[in-house]
Design a protein around this ligand. Structure first.
Ligand SMILES: [Zn+2]
Length: 379
């Protein structure tokens, strides 16, 4: 059966806007840098990500490898008090003991936030939902264990992780889908809203584990082809050859990644394709610095209303509008169609569902914040 599109798609789509404005170039200018997708209007810069430089990216750690301590004092995170954060610590520590990749910790904490607000609920009398108990509201009558077992947070976390591991490709699924496959909740879309705070809690408890990937039992930032706990990965394994909004190119609202022609481009996170087309007068041949537009391009809408844009593909994209894509799925190949002087991937990140240049943030900072930094993978 065809899966319906998520409900968060519709409100984001206003009237179709032209993405790209003309680039005015002096005819005699020698074009040194790769050029693409420049807007004629300097965007209003807003939000932290727009202003932060690459120095910040190095400060974003991807987890320490010590086990979370569940005794002692815990600080409040958002609306969650020390007792609730301690319960989150038990969930994370149980995941560490079981060698569950950190993506699983985030999914487990977000699920417990939805089910119990991280409270280890006993039976709530008339207010209780069936015989649901504990952090994950598991039910003795449904084979989750005895009431006493379920009220043990380490036991209930272990049961959650065991069920999660049995979900095929759980690490590639959007958090809400993975959580729903375990919990079979009446409110399957309710988990997603907890992902940012769950990630924040996991990061705080583990020194950035919510950004990490588990490699040979050790936490580290994700290299190309690896998916960070945040659910993000770099779209190609290549260095940034032209940065975001430099003084020379203040209207360059993305980064240029220096990949060779025909290199596969992968979706940086799971989501829904909201644009897939030729944005230039022609995409049947290579573009040039004098041609307008993005060439063959794709846009994907992700959780939390983040949009990623991929430009200058060599041929028609491998995905079409409405397709659900999974993180790491190939969506096209590198080329030089549209406003481009040579093969590369122009990559943009937009927040708040805003496709215009005002919504664009620095992809280097954004991707580092997700534990999937751009750049050539470390071998
Ligand atoms: Zn570019």
């Amino acid at each position: 059966m065809k899966t319906p599109l998520p409900s968060y798609v519709a409100p984001l789509r206003g009237p179709k806007k032209r993405l790209i404005r003309p680039v005015v170039l002096a005819g005699t200018t020698t074009v040194l840098a790769l050029l693409c997708c420049a807007g004629a209007v300097v965007a209003i810069i807003f939000g932290d990500l727009a202003n932060q430089g690459s120095d910040l990216t190095s400060a974003m750690t991807c987890g320490n490898n010590s086990q979370v301590v569940v005794n002692g004092e815990f600080e409040r995170v958002g609306s969650y008090g020390p007792t609730q954060i301690r319960n989150a610590a038990i969930i994370v520590q149980t995941g560490q003991k079981l060698q569950i990749p950190p993506r699983g910790w985030v999914i487990a904490v977000a699920t417990a936030m939805q089910e119990s607000s991280l409270n280890n609920h006993g039976h709530l009398g008339d207010r209780n939902d069936h015989d649901s108990l504990g952090l994950f509201q598991q039910r003795p009558s449904q084979g989750w264990g005895t009431a006493e077992q379920i009220m043990n947070p380490e036991y209930s976390s272990t049961k959650f992780y065991n069920k999660l591991l049995a979900v095929p490709n759980w690490e590639l699924l959007p958090l809400t889908v993975a959580a729903q496959r375990v919990q079979i909740s009446a409110y399957p879309n309710a988990y997603a809203k907890h992902e940012p705070i769950a990630t924040q809690i996991v990061n705080k408890l583990t020194g950035g584990g919510g950004r990490a990937v588990l490699v040979n039992g050790k936490l580290r930032c994700a290299g190309f082809g690896q998916i960070a706990a945040s659910g993000w990965t770099a779209p190609v394994g290549a260095n940034v050859v032209s940065a975001f909004r430099t003084s020379q190119r203040p209207s360059h609202h993305g980064v240029d990644l220096g990949s060779a022609r025909l290199t596969p481009i992968i979706a940086a996170a799971s989501g829904v394709v909201i644009d897939s087309r030729c944005d230039s007068v022609t995409c049947a041949q290579d573009g040039s610095p004098f041609m307008r537009g993005c060439g063959w391009m794709v846009e994907i809408l992700h959780a939390e209303q983040v949009i990623t844009r991929y430009c200058h593909m060599n041929t028609r994209p491998a995905v079409k509008v409405g397709d659900r894509v999974t993180v790491g799925q190939v969506i096209g190949i590198v080329g030089t169609t549209g406003n481009s002087s040579g093969p590369h991937l122009h990559f943009e990140v937009h927040l708040d569902g805003d496709e215009s240049s005002r919504g664009a943030v620095n992809p280097e900072v954004f991707m580092a914040s997700k534990g999937a930094p751009l750049g050539t993978p470390v071998v």
